[in-house]
Design a protein around this ligand. Structure first.
Ligand code: G3P
Length: 224
């Protein structure tokens, strides 16, 4: 059906990339997931092939470009991702903003190729602008809270509700992120009408990433 979703963004953190990628992904094995929460790892393009090879989690890219295969040096075509069985990507993450024209082009190609997108937005206005493009997900992350101690669910509950409202007409699932750390934060996000969470430092920088991910899954399933 329509499972809740957790996306773990590995960013370019030392703990979760390069030499440490396989160890990190390995440490997250063994999640009990009876309610079938959809768990996705958003991985740097540098690490996608290894992540596919060594992890059984769903793998998304952290970025993608609106180009076909061809003479496009340094770009990441959607077709190229699909060839390595990566079926989705973050788009316009707060740390990698690309502007509305490029987002629109990416959406055009994604729809044709059945590629899933997570358009990241920093405000209600942006959620309203991008929801009609019908990405699989809109992820609301206030930039000032990213990587911090205060969860978006505590700092901006009413904006989360508004974003959920803005996206419901287009049937777009809302994820929330920034400062999400524990079961309570995850639980609150579902109560506010979100479909799930996008989380980075709360897992990657945790001294026990598996325990932290279990907490997030627990928080989400408790509210189902
Ligand atoms: O994409 C998720 C990320 O930007 C949130 O970061 O560290 O606040 O969970 P963090």
């Amino acid at each position: 059906g329509n499972p809740h979703t957790v996306i773990v963004n590995l960013k370019n953190y030392k703990e979760s990339t390069g030499q440490n990628l396989i160890g990190f992904l390995g440490s997250l094995k063994g999640i009990e997931n009876e309610k079938n929460v959809r768990i996705i790892m958003a991985v740097s393009p540098l690490d996608l092939v290894n992540a596919k090879k060594y992890s059984s989690y769903e793998i998304f890219s952290q970025t993608v470009d609106p180009v076909p295969k061809g003479a496009f040096t340094g770009k990441i075509p959607i077709e190229g991702l699909l060839e390595i069985d990566v079926k989705g990507s973050l788009v316009n993450h707060s740390e990698n903003r690309i502007g509305s024209e490029k987002i629109e082009s990416i959406m055009g190609i994604s729809k044709k190729l059945n590629f899933e997108t997570v358009i990241c937005v920093e405000s209600l206005e942006e959620a309203r602008r991008y929801a009609p493009m019908k990405p699989e997900f809109i992820a609301y992350e206030p930039p000032e809270l990213i990587g911090g101690e205060v969860s978006v669910t505590t700092a901006a509950p009413s904006i989360i509700r508004d974003v959920v409202d803005a996206c419901s007409g287009s049937d777009v699932k809302v994820l929330v992120g920034a400062g999400v750390k524990n079961a309570d934060d995850a639980n609150k996000s579902i109560e506010l009408g979100a479909h799930g969470v996008l989380i980075a430092s709360g897992i990657v920088k945790s001294h026990d990433p598996l325990k932290s991910l279990k907490g997030i899954i627990q928080g989400i399933t408790d509210s189902c």
